[in-house]
Ligand binder design. Structure first.
Ligand code: CA
Length: 490
């Protein structure tokens, strides 16, 4: 099969609790060859610029977007993941290994301002951000960003209160709350949670301000030209007016002269909200399938009580497969995070089969599931994920037939591509005890062929009947993947 037509898989190359000396960019440079040969075709890297927390910041507390680990700001030169030089080197090595690089960028807010400004503001009701609580008052807001240690290198743009809609702290009265600046309004066309979910944290950027829009275009062009990345993972898109991204992307692409891949993080279980965002951006930006993540999480919590027939119900990969990036867990769903919803260990192999061994959606493997998470002694599933990645690359092709007809036992087959070298396979998985059998059609061209479980859980082979059906088996609370035995050596 042509290299270009091989199934694609993304990897999220970080988890929340990496230690500050994790040396991530250098680790990535060393691992690039091995993850490429495992079948990873793109990596999503964490925000690479200086956060308010210096070298302890995961990157989401955005301070200076031009400081990729180059200036002594916020107490360190490097970021949590390394220096600018190490970052650029890692990108070069990844791309040389045919891995696309997706940069995580956070445009919604800024943190760690250099000084405060006096601003008039209304305190807003945190449960309904459209409602004022109290009168107009003068507050002291952390909104001035001078980046004086950078000495205007790359850009002389300075942020001040005119570029923001609001903050969550009044330094004058030492009071927390959500403050909307006088003369400003929250962005329309954002998520409707809390009445209007424009405000998330820090100093909230005003996406109706022309200077801001211009600055983000300039920065985007600088960033792509400096790093040579292939695309973006857009953070917190539900907190920014939906159409901004399409407009921004078009301008940046025009000026850098190449197309940029984009996936947005819209954290909502409401598929309608995801579809709305996708449509507003003319299907230019893929979205993480958050509803699927929660289905996987629920299935793992409920064990045998969960009806596996519903595992794709309400998901984006079901309604808009081309726009869905499927995932099992990520840095936000980890234990101890605000969106904690970590899929239980026993279900991880089944969950990864459900994203890696099917032909809809672009699956994303989580660093924590691959390498493990030291913080809570989670060992990860490196070997299993590697095995599934190699199955994905070789066998997940052709017409897919679903057999989602038993609450405790589901399966599907891929018939393979009869014209290319993309093979087919049959997957069976179960959340109940016992040995199970599922009769499924895989294609008449496999009649009388010997099939084996390439995951190795079921030791005995089976034979496809004259009509192209097989009695595919799996163990209780397990997953098996059946392939033609002869093909293993091809
Ligand atoms: Ca916002």
């Amino acid at each position: 099969m042509e290299e270009n037509n091989l199934n694609k898989t993304m990897m999220q190359y970080f988890e929340w609790y990496l230690p500050k000396n994790c040396d991530l960019w250098n680790k990535l440079s060393k691992e690039a060859v091995s993850i490429a040969s495992a079948g990873i075709t793109s990596v999503w890297l964490p925000p690479a610029y200086k956060g308010a927390g210096g070298n302890q910041d995961t990157g989401y507390g955005v301070y200076d977007m031009y400081d990729l680990g180059e200036f002594l700001q916020k107490g360190s030169i490097g970021t949590k993941y390394g220096t600018r030089e190490e970052y650029l080197n890692a990108i070069k090595i990844l791309r040389a290994n045919n891995i696309e690089v997706i940069a995580d960028i956070v445009l919604n807010h800024k943190m760690g301002a250099d000084s405060t400004e006096k601003v008039f503001a209304y305190k807003m009701d945190s449960k309904n951000r459209n409602n004022r609580v109290g009168k107009l008052r003068e507050i002291e807001a952390y909104t001035k960003f001078d980046f004086s240690e950078r000495y205007n290198k790359y850009s002389s743009f300075k942020w001040d209160s005119s570029h923001f809609d609001g903050v969550d702290y009044d330094a004058k009265n030492k009071q927390t709350g959500i403050f909307l600046f006088y003369g400003k309004s929250w962005d329309k066309d954002v998520d409707l949670e809390n009445g209007n979910y424009d405000y998330l944290m820090g100093a909230d950027v005003d996406f109706n301000n022309v200077e801001v829009i211009e600055e983000f275009i300039n920065w985007g062009v600088w960033y792509v030209n400096t790093t040579n990345i292939d695309g973006f993972r857009l953070d917190a898109v539900k907190h920014i007016r939906a159409e901004f991204f399409k407009e921004w992307l078009e301008k940046v692409e025009e000026r850098v002269g190449k197309n940029l891949y984009c996936v947005g993080e819209y954290w909502s279980t409401y598929r309608d909200a995801l579809e709305y965002f996708i449509n507003k951006n003319d299907e230019r930006i893929q979205v993480f399938d958050v509803p699927l993540h929660y289905n996987l999480y629920e299935a793992s919590k409920q064990h045998e009580k969960y009806d596996l027939k519903n595992i794709f119900k309400g998901t984006l990969v079901q309604s808009m497969p081309k726009m869905a990036v499927t995932f099992v867990d990520n840095h936000d769903s980890e234990i101890g995070q605000s969106l904690e919803s970590f899929v239980e260990d026993w279900f991880k192999p089944l969950a990864y089969a459900l994203i890696l061994l099917r032909n809809q959606g672009l699956p994303c493997v989580f660093y924590g599931d691959y390498y493990g998470i030291e913080k809570y002694n989670f060992k990860g599933f490196k070997l299993l994920i590697e095995r599934m990645l190699s199955i994905r690359r070789k066998y997940v092709y052709g017409t897919q037939n679903d057999y989602f007809n038993d609450r405790g036992l589901i399966g599907w087959t891929l018939e393979g591509d009869p014209y290319g070298k993309g093979y087919g396979c049959a997957v069976v998985l179960s959340n109940k005890p016992g040995i199970h059998t599922k009769k499924m059609f895989i294609g008449e061209r496999y009649a009388h062929e010997k099939f084996v479980d390439i995951l190795g859980y079921m030791p005995k082979p089976i034979y496809i009947d004259a009509n192209g059906y097989g009695q595919f088996k799996c163990d209780g609370i397990s997953v098996s993947c059946w392939v033609r035995e002869e093909s293993i050596f091809d």
